[in-house]
Design a protein around this ligand. Structure first.
Ligand SMILES: [Zn+2]
Length: 338
């Protein structure tokens, strides 16, 4: 199985053998050229595919299927949104079937997931190992936006239109998250008070930081442009700066509210947290995870069994999760129609 993770600047590739072992333990990247349009980008994916086979001495004849993930929004079978997206803004991308194009180019079945779903799938399988097919999980990955994924019985819940697990746009109760005089945050999607409007870099920049900087007018970040200030904030959080802890505390509470909703939907065995915060210093990421857990309201029976964990190897999670999905497709359908 080959896993290909397509991103805004790079593709990352991996190989997963039939026993569930990854043949690559580090990032193997090539330029994704997505801004050059679909033809160039599919060619780069094909190059990543053949490159990883060469690097791992894997014969082409042994490859049964290829897993592909890209940033969303896209349909369940890999057609990029007809409205385009941040990564696929060129008109040639709108409504482009990237899964089908890669399948035609390399002549092997290609199984598609969006990047957050692929990362969620990897987190699930990495954490549960051989128990993965008997477990459910929910992942929230905090980045520019808030990506997510719902896994049930070891498989991603895709939904009718491929839009299940869009956890960033779940609206949450704001009581106990916002200060009494704090404006209701707005999301780029048009919703008010959804998870991404708070728990994302965009939410920090647009909503949380402007409010909190007004409360701390002498803070050094008040002198920085907001874009830069938002990126520097984590460093302050690691030093227990009160402004930064106020902002990240609100993010953790928002994710706790989201997980409370998840507890009443799929009652998962595990709640995974990923993104920039995982790369932070250990004491800070542990504080963040603990704060999330404190604000996730579980019933006693759920609290007794639920696990909270950070998503490991996030930079490789997309490619690895895509490969897991391909392996699962091969196992469940011997002739792999898709
Ligand atoms: Zn939203």
């Amino acid at each position: 199985m080959v896993g290909l993770d397509n991103g805004g600047t790079s593709n990352n590739a991996t190989v997963l053998d039939a026993t569930g072992r990854y043949l690559v333990d580090h990032l193997v990247e090539n330029p994704s050229l997505v801004t050059d349009g679909p033809v160039a980008a599919v060619e780069q994916l094909a190059e990543a595919f053949h490159g990883i086979l060469t690097m791992t001495s894997t014969p082409l004849t042994l490859v049964r299927a290829v897993g592909l993930d890209t940033p969303g929004p896209a349909t369940a079978d890999g057609v990029i949104s007809s409205k385009g997206s941040t990564n696929f803004s060129q008109k040639a991308w709108w409504g482009f079937d990237i899964r089908g194009a890669l399948e035609a180019r390399i002549g092997l079945p290609v199984i598609y997931n969006n990047d957050a779903n692929a990362a969620a799938l990897y987190a699930h399988h990495q954490y549960f190992g051989t128990d993965a097919t008997h477990r459910g999980s929910v992942s929230a990955i905090v980045g520019t936006g808030l990506g997510g994924g719902v896994v049930e019985a070891g498989r991603v819940v895709g939904g009718a239109a491929g839009m299940a697990g869009e956890l960033g746009h779940v609206q949450i109760p704001l009581q106990g998250v916002l200060e009494p005089d704090q404006p209701v945050p707005l999301c780029n999607c048009g919703f008010e008070g959804d998870v991404e409007s708070i728990a994302s870099l965009t939410g920090i920049k647009k909503n949380l930081l402007p409010y909190w900087l007004a409360k701390f007018p002498d803070h050094p970040l008040a002198a920085e442009p907001i874009e830069k200030a938002a990126k520097l904030l984590r460093g302050y959080g690691e030093k227990d700066d009160p402004l930064a802890l106020a902002v990240f505390g609100q993010q953790a509470k928002a994710i706790g509210k989201l997980f409370t909703i998840a507890a009443n939907f799929t009652d998962p065995h595990a709640y995974f947290l990923g993104g920039g915060v995982v790369e932070a210093q250990p004491h800070f990421r542990q504080w963040f995870l603990t704060t999330v857990r404190e604000h996730t309201q579980l019933r006693q029976e759920q609290a007794a069994v639920a696990q909270f964990a950070l998503v490991a190897d996030l930079d490789m999670a997309g490619a690895r999760g895509a490969a897991v999905a391909a392996l699962d497709a091969v196992k469940s359908t011997p002739d792999v129609p898709r």
